[in-house]
Design a protein around this ligand. Sequence first.
Ligand SMILES: [Zn+2]
Length: 415
Amino acid sequence: MNENENVTNTQSSELSKSNKELADLQKKQSDQKRRTGQEMLKKYFVPRNNREIFRILPPKTGKKVIEEAFFHVITTNAAGKKLKHGTIIYCPAHNDPRVKKLDKNGQIVLDDKNLPVMIPAPCPLCKKAEELLKTQDPSLKGVSKEKSLTLTDAQKVIYEKNKKIFLESNGWQAKKFYIVRGIDKGVPRDGVKFWRFKHSFQNTGTLNTLLPALYDFNAINQTDYTNVENGTDLSISTVETISNNKIKYRAIVGISARGKSPLSDDIVVIRDWLNDDITWREVFQPKKAPNITPYQFLEMVVAGNNPYWDDTDSNNKHWVFPNNPELEALANTRTRNLDADNEDFEYASDVVDEDYSYVPVNVSQVNTPVSNQSNAPISNAETSEQPSTENADLHVIENEESQEGTGNEFNDLPF
Ligand SMILES: [Zn+2]
């Protein structure tokens, strides 16, 4: 390598470093513009009309077009002292980076090469599922359906009990979802949205309808379905239907490619969409409530005490912390700018460590949603101040994904 090349390399590395710093600052600025609940809801793509047109965007560098993520789907406390079924909750164990394993004294556990042993981030819901499974009678674990027919009456009682425990445990386990980034062509002004749908063990889910349409488009047109000039819009047909447990929801009955077309006719709009760096993690965030960590929130979910924002009385919107009057009182007291513990506490840029990879979830920063008006949640669409009908709609439709295969889903498992 001669001297000139060296100079050129140094310059280009400096330029890329400088560009990154500018981009980071730009991003930080836009991040600081907090999204309201209403704005956050616009980032969800939920097919709710008879026909929807959706355009999948090309993947960001290093990302997949169809990403996989894990969420728990469970019943939680909700506004008006009601129970909400099918609440979708972020799972830290399956979605966060691994953390260092600690022993009983809080010391890092090392392997035989003296490296820290890495384990999934703690998740109280996953733990609950695991603990339930441990209560199964070991004498009859893993008995196949066929074999179960030959059991004695006494064994059958144990077998049924084990099966019940298995189903209960499964209810607490994290479920795989697919997430696709794209544009709702019905409301293009909303910009980049995320379409999240659940994996189906019976191969009857949204992905099973979507993939053939994408394969066919690629094969017939010899071009990638996300291509900006020659990709395709997707036409999604839905019908209103009623689940076994009498919940109305919209089911996707067909997805087809509409044929080659540009992403948009407006080059400026295309540029904005392609440059948008928003990720699903900013949209499907861990559940939060004032003064507790996301980990504590999950612990409360397991205990049946999850906090929620009650907006049923428009003159008295407030946080409810079931069985926890102290936290409830604290949550409903304005603390903005007085409390150094909240997430707005900023540090000088030279003390912020950018590597968050090994921060255990249970010591993560308290995320306190605050706004100028009150302590109302503003960054979480699922607990946002929406007209109740719209919110209910969103939940009912998302329930569709949690309806799939309940009960039947386990037909092929050995009991
Ligand atoms: Zn979990």
